[in-house]
Unconditional design. Structure first.
Length: 106
C-alpha cells in the first residue's frame, strides 16, 4: 500500500457523477501575498458518490474521536480565519530557520 503525505485539500468537485478531491502539498518557491509557500497538487482522489459518503462518515467519526480525546476543538469562522493567518506566519518562520540551516528542501 502506498502512503502519501499531503498538507491539505485544495478542492472538492463533482464531474460526470464522480467526486474529485484534489490534495496539495506546500512546494518550495516564492511566497504569495498571504506569505505562504505555493501549493502543488500532488494527488487526486476520484470516488463514486457512495464511496465519498462512506469516506465522509469515516472522517466525521475520526473528528468525534479526536474531540473526545481533547486533540481538536471545533472553531467558529472568525477563530478559524485568525488561526489560519497565524499558521501562515509560523510556516514562514520555520522555513526561514530551515533556510538558515542550509536545508536542501528549501
Amino acid at each position: 500500500m502506498n502512503q502519501i503525505f499531503v498538507d491539505g485539500v485544495e478542492e472538492v468537485s463533482i464531474v460526470g457523477g464522480v467526486v474529485r478531491v484534489d490534495l496539495f502539498s506546500y512546494a518550495p518557491g516564492p511566497r504569495g501575498a498571504d506569505k505562504r509557500p505555493p501549493r502543488e497538487l500532488v494527488e487526486r482522489l476520484c470516488l463514486p458518490p457512495e464511496a465519498f459518503l462512506q469516506m465522509y462518515g469515516a472522517l466525521d467519526g475520526m473528528v468525534k474521536q479526536l474531540q473526545e480525546r481533547g486533540l481538536v476543538q471545533r472553531k467558529d469562522a472568525a477563530r478559524l480565519a485568525a488561526d489560519e493567518a497565524e499558521a501562515g506566519a509560523a510556516i514562514n518562520g520555520a522555513q526561514d530557520v530551515q533556510r538558515a540551516r542550509g536545508s536542501a528542501n528549501f
